[in-house]
Design a protein around this ligand. Structure first.
Ligand code: PMP
Length: 360
């Protein structure tokens, strides 16, 4: 039996995608072997990678002046790649701190000798807010502005894209990638790990505006050099072939769902129903200010933390997996990415109501 998996990532994947991957695992495209076994230089995988990129561009509505890179190393690899590709040591970069992931990105930039200027810091609210857009003042010499549109741990999502003028915006979309229509032309660089909305862990999908490909430090390691990777179609070395293939299947599934407009509407409805259930109850609470509530990651606490273990045990019996909250926030967290159906969210809401009735 498949459970409803509320993990923050690696996360639930669409069942039809898993079934197709299983069916193709021993004989892919009639070549008598799986994609796992095929050469990345062979015509089938090269075609698969090109089709995956084309599908990504279609689904995302990506303008032509962006390169799409499929890189190993996850989002954390890009924490290292971003400063090395965009700024000399000692140069200034601006950061918005809305939680643990944006803080990690800033820390890595500092490790590489950048002058890290935090232009907004939401730690005083215990990361339950996003800054007022009018309060964001970007230093004139900043090489880029980095922020995290969706903080996976706090469940905080920006309700706006910052206005950075001519400063390129670099954004960690890991936990909100392709969850709703986005104007990618507002960004210089977009990156994220695939293991939430896009497929297997370990793969990062990186979008780089053409004019930002040639700012790397001369000593940037080749594996992290966006220009090199762009010139080699992300195949400087052996790429994560299975992950690229699976991303392609997920993008096909997304198109079958009606693309980002339909997926965004479904995600909004799922999130709204869960927030309404939490807000209507005195037993459950979500700490995030309403305008910054994530559609993807919804933390909530029980009135009495002593009931947490019972809640989780009952949830597991009801086929609702991985609801334990992050240790820094406590309580529960329901991650409801694209592949989580409305039925899974409804099952969670029913279980929460029943638990409240029997435990409040
Ligand atoms: N950024 C965000 C917003 C994340 O949620 C995560 C992983 N949960 C990361 C970065 C790190 O991703 P990875 O483990 O792929 O390096």
């Amino acid at each position: 039996m498949r459970v409803h998996n509320f993990s923050a990532g690696p996360a639930q994947l669409p069942l039809p995608v898993l079934e197709r991957a299983a069916a193709e695992l021993t004989d892919w495209r009639g070549i008598g072997m799986s994609v796992l076994e095929d050469s990345h230089r062979g015509k089938d995988f090269v075609a698969c990678a090109a089709q995956t990129e084309a599908a990504f561009r279609r689904v995302a509505g990506l303008p032509d002046n962006y390169r799409v890179l499929f890189l190993a190393g996850g989002a954390t690899g890009q924490f290292s790649a971003i400063p090395a590709n965009l700024a000399a040591r000692g140069a200034t970069a601006a950061f918005i701190n809305t939680g643990q992931w944006s803080a990690k990105a800033a820390k890595e930039a500092g490790r590489q000798g950048l002058n890290v200027v935090t232009i907004a810091d939401e730690s005083a609210s215990r990361y339950t807010t996003t800054p007022d857009p009018a309060s964001l003042i970007i230093p004139a010499d900043a090489a880029y502005l980095h922020y995290t549109p969706n903080e996976t741990i706090g469940g905080v999502e920006f309700p706006y894209i910052p206005d950075a003028g001519d400063t390129p915006i670099v954004a960690d979309f890991s936990s909100t990638y392709l969850s709703r229509p986005i104007d990618f032309s507002r960004f210089g660089v977009v990156y994220g790990g695939a293991q939430k909305n896009l497929g297997p862990a370990g793969l990062a999908v990186v979008l780089v505006r053409d004019d930002l490909l040639d700012r790397a430090r001369p000593d940037v390691p080749a594996i992290w050099d966006w220009r090199t990777m762009a010139d080699k179609d992300s195949m400087l070395n052996t790429p994560p072939t299975f992950s690229v293939y699976l991303l392609g299947l997920i993008l096909e599934w997304m198109e079958e769902q009606g693309g980002l407009a339909a997926i965004g509407a479904a995600n909004e409805a799922k999130a709204r129903s869960l927030y309404e259930a939490i807000d209507a109850s005195d037993f459950y609470a979500n700490p995030v200010e309403p305008r910054s509530r994530s559609w993807m990651n919804i933390p909530f606490t029980l009135a009495d933390p002593a009931l947490d273990a019972d809640f989780l045990a009952g949830a597991a019996r009801a086929g609702l997996a991985n609801l334990k909250g992050h240790r820094s926030v406590g309580g529960m967290r329901a991650s409801i990415y694209n592949a989580m159906g409305a039925d899974g969210v409804a099952a969670l809401i029913d279980y929460m109501a029943e638990f409240e009735r029997t435990h409040a």
